[in-house]
Design a protein around this ligand. Structure first.
Ligand code: URA
Length: 244
């Protein structure tokens, strides 16, 4: 089909270098992040994935597909922070290869319900990984986050825990979840909190409270609105993921 002469042609957009740091990334513009916070490399590819999932017109199918891609990257980055020990193996050529192996056992713990969306990404990377769950909601009387349900592997105190929740907004649920993990014997420095988007204020509160705990985040946004939604954010992650 030939283009009609009355259809306006959009002006050409300037192209960005594939690895250009984006003005949208707080992580790329500040060096004042706590040393316990690690962001994914702020590449143009990553920003393109975030642009898709932030778009309110993105279909649920695309939201699932592209958020899963980011989750996979986050889980891989989380695993980079687990300790390793020296390990030698013999290759099929009969030579010895002096490498490394993971030191301890891990498990995932998802904060319901949105955190459940990250379980598949963890399972893709860590076959037959044990996964616990925790449900925290605001207590209507005290307005504080309250534990409603938890189920963990019985030896969780001996494991490294990948704590999964896609959005770090005020940090209230995540901090309560860490309290519960620590009450179950997990030490702070064995917990790695993985999320897709953080607010700067939530990140600050969380890291001040748990300085030994590592946070892996895909993107740090501008802040919170009066309803505690992350801005620009992507709306309600659970709604986008589970509801048409
Ligand atoms: N949880 C969400 O799903 N979105 C936000 O913006 C904040 C918390």
């Amino acid at each position: 089909m030939s283009s009609s002469s009355n259809v306006p042609v959009p002006p050409p957009q300037p192209s960005l270098q594939p690895n250009a740091l984006s003005a949208n990334s707080v992580a790329s513009s500040t060096s004042s992040l706590p040393s316990s916070v690690f962001t994914l490399p702020q590449t143009a590819q990553l920003e393109a994935l975030y642009t898709i999932i932030r778009n309110k017109h993105t279909s649920r199918g695309d939201f699932l597909f592209y958020s899963d891609r980011i989750i996979r990257l986050l889980v891989e980055e989380g695993l980079n922070h687990l300790p390793v020990v020296k390990k030698s193996v013999v290759t099929p050529t009969g030579s010895t290869y002096d490498g490394v192996g993971f030191e301890g056992k891990i498990c995932g713990v998802s904060i319901l319900r949105a955190g459940e969306a990250m379980e598949a990404g963890l399972r893709e990377v860590c076959r037959s990984v044990r996964i616990g769950k925790i449900l925290i909601q605001r207590d209507e009387e005290t307005m504080q986050p309250k534990l409603f349900y938890s189920k963990f592997p019985q030896d969780i105190a001996k494991r490294y825990v990948l704590l999964l929740d896609p959005m770090l907004a005020t940090g209230g649920s995540a901090m309560k979840a860490v309290d519960v993990l620590m009450e179950n014997g997990v030490s702070e420095d064995r917990i790695i909190f993985i999320n897709l988007i953080s607010s700067p204020e939530g990140l600050k509160t969380f890291c001040e409270r748990f300085p030994q705990l590592k946070v892996i985040t895909g993107w740090i946004d501008q802040g919170l609105n009066e309803k505690a939604y992350i801005i620009p954010g992507l709306g309600d992650f659970g709604e986008r993921r589970y509801c048409e």
